[in-house]
Design a protein around this ligand. Structure first.
Ligand SMILES: NC(=O)c1ccc[n+]([C@@H]2O[C@H](COP(=O)([O-])OP(=O)(O)OC[C@H]3O[C@@H](n4cnc5c(N)ncnc54)[C@H](OP(=O)(O)O)[C@@H]3O)[C@@H](O)[C@H]2O)c1
Length: 357
């Protein structure tokens, strides 16, 4: 198997290190794409995409660039030339899902993306294998390592959001512009990708209720602690009611999910006959994420069955929520309310909202 890696950053270099490490002699890294002007520390590094696309001996490309362009163009051109694609890019998948899935079907190539959701946790692969024999009725959990780190540190040390964010940036978990994490967009992209796999359909990204943690303060956290609660940013998929939700949620301090530490992720999958399964592990970082990418390469090498994914459209719908919520509006102190409907949740004056479990 001959591969090319697009991008030599955190994930791309991790993939190179693992593949060239020791056990995977059947995978050859033929080329690595870096930007023009970058240091060419290895002879296989190129800054010309054409060197890769025109090399028919390269059967599989690994996209670790991030962002939409040129990642989208490179992935599409690679599939058009009959190359398999492995990507860790949730933004690309969430926004171009139908186009990429349809093209992979048309060209008969693999499009695998284990690392795009849950970092090192084998989440997507389990959704694929469970859905072959059972109905996935839902999943729920923590799928953003940066925000889990920030919330964990705020809860443990009573520190401000900005202090915890700086710590996360210092450890390399948070990007220089962390808006996508803080406002819940990163979790939204991952939730869509995972819901599509769980359902075998394609959820529309429009209209999904999404809340972040931008206006969470240490005073809110102190109030949660007084009430024996811990806040986590949660991805929720209810396949029966076609409901996707990205929202901070409050859990009893003694539950497993409330105690997920640092940059870890934790996901529970519920299935019709198998019941509930849970997964915990590192949700980000060079080697956990690269491990998931390499697992996809091994699946391609072993000619594993391709996932049964379609682009049949599904639109989310929301019933009134009967749950208890913590709501903080402009000019008000945060307080608990019982039940909220979609219209109330979409109100502009909400600064922070969390669902109580
Ligand atoms: N880091 C994680 O823990 C993690 C976990 C799960 C998923 N992911 C996903 O994996 C992807 C990569 O993330 P990352 O953390 O590895 O990012 P990163 O460290 O910024 O690496 C991206 C690499 O791609 C290169 N690049 C960007 N545009 C390019 C272009 N036009 N031509 C050639 N090279 C280009 C960058 O070069 P420069 O250095 O010159 O900019 C950089 O080396 C993203 O989609 C991310 O969401 C990351």
């Amino acid at each position: 198997m001959k591969i090319a890696i697009f991008g030599y950053g955190i994930v791309g270099k991790g993939v190179y290190d693992i593949v060239t490490g020791n056990k995977l002699s059947y995978i050859e890294v033929a080329k690595i794409l870096r930007r023009k002007g970058s240091e060419k520390s290895l002879p296989i590094i190129t800054d010309d995409f054409n060197d890769i696309i025109n090399d028919d001996s390269i059967d599989t490309v690994v996209e670790c660039l991030g962002g939409l362009e040129p990642a989208r163009t490179y992935v599409i051109e690679s599939m058009k030339r009959g190359k398999n694609v492995v990507t860790s890019n949730k933004l690309l998948l969430a926004t171009c899902y139908d186009e990429l899935i349809d093209l992979a079907h048309e060209k008969g190539v693999y499009l695998l993306f284990e690392a795009s959701v849950g970092g090192g946790i084998p989440f997507i692969e389990n959704l694929i294998s469970i859905s072959r024999v059972d109905e996935i009725t839902g999943f729920k959990g923590i799928i953003n390592a940066t925000i889990n780190y920030i919330l964990y540190r705020m809860t443990k040390e009573s520190i401000d959001f900005d202090v915890a964010l700086k710590e996360a940036q210092g450890k390399g978990y948070a990007e220089a512009d962390p808006s996508s994490d803080i406002d819940g967009d990163d979790v939204l992209y991952k939730t869509i990708v995972a819901s599509n796999v769980a359902s075998g359909k394609s959820y529309s990204i429009d209209n999904i209720l999404k809340f972040g943690v931008r206006n969470l303060t240490k005073e809110d956290i102190a109030f949660f602690t007084e009430n024996g609660l811990v806040v986590k940013l949660i991805a929720e998929y209810d396949g029966i009611n076609k409901m996707l939700l990205v929202m901070p949620e409050l859990f009893d301090k003694y539950t497993a999910i409330a105690n997920v530490p640092l940059n870890n992720n934790y996901i529970e999958i519920t299935c019709k006959t198998e019941g509930r399964l849970s997964f915990e592990g590192q949700g980000a970082g060079r080697y956990p994420t690269a491990h998931s990418v390499v697992q996809d390469l091994v699946r391609i090498h072993q000619k594993s069955a391709k996932p049964e994914l379609t682009t049949d459209k599904v639109v989310v719908c929301y019933k009134d929520f009967t749950d208890k919520f913590y709501v903080k509006r402009k000019g008000e102190k945060g307080h608990f309310v019982n039940g909220m409907n979609e219209k109330e949740l979409r109100s502009d004056d909400i600064l922070f909202v969390a669902k109580v479990n």
